[in-house]
Design a binder for this molecule. Structure first.
Ligand code: ASP
Length: 364
């Protein structure tokens, strides 16, 4: 009988996943990380004023998400609160300021996922929705489908009563010029952009739930209805309370092929099981040879360096295939981390312990 109890308790501990941060006194009660794209960010090519403007925009998004969390709001609401100001900010390639397609239009993609229920919503190729992340959320809340495209997504948006915007709202001179440069010099999207301006947020809320959201205009000069990783659940975005929440930015074609966001979460939950098993095997035995107690998930050294290692390994696979970019990750314990292979990534993170930082370059 005792063996069965021990075994079932241990097996349950493996299935249940890591203990939530709020069971630990000094762990964050809530955490948030955001990104505004990764890429070639040269200190010499950005004036101090430009750097300050980007940092202020990141801080603004971070504050909006943190405010929701401080007030006990949900992870999904915090993701939306952080992403919408970046969609409205022409500095980023999402919503206003989205890149142009080959034909000269702005076609946007977005996705959101709730780590508690693993419900998800995604949209691609919309051109009139002011905040695409809110449309992805409406798709998730509706629940009949996960992924809507083009005119169907626009039609769904009418039923959901989402705010529209004219093409002039999204179009910026900067992105128009990027398309012109690309066409004139026959550059690839990578060569012309040098950086990705996709935005994203990952969150742990005070209820112990995770969520992730990503929003983008895609890549300059995209053609033939091209869809990147950002709206693909598992590639550019993923959240599962048992492992982590991830939002990606980078050369979408490679992120799709590696299945980056879900791959990180899957490897993390596997790694967790390995840790749990090793810890249980090291427990002292009683006189009959049975483990003297069952290790609880909260006793495991489930530190952020394991998550960092996993994220770095998955990004290394993207690089190996020829891609580049990065991810933001939050774990169920509230550890926030970044992994990218580019010179920089617009990024920020904050949590209930007082952590608050925004950064651009890799060495910051
Ligand atoms: N990942 C996006 C895409 O491929 C681009 C970006 O991150 O800016 O559409």
């Amino acid at each position: 009988m005792r063996i069965i109890t021990l075994l079932s308790a241990f097996l349950f501990s493996l299935v249940a996943g890591p203990a939530f941060a709020n069971e630990e006194g000094d762990e964050p009660q809530w955490s948030i990380a955001i990104h505004g794209g990764a890429g070639t960010m040269d200190r010499d090519k950005m004036t101090p004023e430009q750097q300050a403007e980007y940092k202020a925009a990141l801080q603004n998004a971070l504050d909006a998400g943190a405010e929701v969390l401080r007030n006990g709001g949900t992870a999904v609401d915090a993701v939306k609160a952080a992403i919408t100001p970046m969609e409205d900010d022409p500095k980023f390639n999402a919503g206003r300021g989205a890149v142009f397609t080959w034909e000269g239009a702005n076609e946007m993609d977005a996705s959101i996922m709730d780590g508690k229920t693993r419900e998800a919503g995604a949209i691609t190729g919309v051109s009139t929705i002011r905040n695409p992340i809110l449309l992805a959320d409406a798709v998730m809340k509706d629940g009949r489908h996960v992924f809507l495209s083009g005119s169907g997504a626009e039609e769904f948006a009418s039923d959901a009563g989402l705010e529209r915007a004219d093409p002039e709202w999204f179009a910026t001179e900067r992105q128009k010029k990027a398309l012109e440069r690309m066409k004139a010099r026959q550059l690839s999207a990578m060569d012309v952009d040098h950086k990705f301006g996709t935005v994203g947020a990952v969150v742990l809320d005070t209820h112990g739930n995770l969520a992730a959201g990503t929003s983008t205009g895609g890549m300059t000069g995209k053609r033939w209805g091209r869809i990147g990783d950002s709206p693909i659940i598992g590639a550019g975005n993923y959240a599962d309370n048992r492992s982590c929440a991830v939002s990606a930015t980078g050369s979408g074609e490679y992120f799709i092929r590696v299945g980056v966001a879900q791959e990180i979460c899957t490897r993390l939950s596997y790694q967790y099981r390995v840790e749990a098993l090793e810890a249980q095997l090291s427990v002292p035995r009683d006189e009959k040879g049975w483990p003297s107690y069952i290790v609880h998930a909260s006793e495991l050294a489930w530190e952020s360096d394991i998550a960092q290692k996993v994220a770095d390994e998955v990004i290394a696979e993207v690089v190996e295939l020829g891609g580049s970019g990065g991810v933001i990750v939050v774990t169920p314990e509230g550890h926030t981390l970044f992994s990218f292979n580019t010179q920089g990534m617009y990024r920020g993170r904050a949590d209930s312990t007082g952590l608050n930082e925004v950064a651009i370059f890799a060495d910051e």
